[in-house]
Design a protein around this ligand. Structure first.
Ligand SMILES: [Zn+2]
Length: 73
């Protein structure tokens, strides 16, 4: 198995890791409800995408409420 000839110095390690950072999320305003949302994604607040309803927001909320009720018992 190949083994590194020299120990990686802290400076080299830092240079390598200088590119390891998270990108800031690019938020755009939803045309339907004007909430911030990720671009090229359906709006989590109203379920709208490109002027079309694609997520069942009410059904999801209902299911969540039912589940919470069940777990309470
Ligand atoms: Zn929306």
């Amino acid at each position: 198995m190949p083994v590194p000839k020299r120990k990686t110095t802290p400076a080299r390690q830092g240079e390598r890791r200088s590119h390891l950072h998270l990108e800031e999320q690019q938020l755009v305003e939803c045309k339907q409800c004007h909430q911030p949302k990720l671009s090229h994604r359906a709006c989590p607040a109203c379920g709208d995408y490109n002027g079309r309803q694609v997520l069942d927001i009410e059904g999801k909320a209902q299911k969540k409420a039912e589940k919470a009720k069940k777990e309470q018992k």
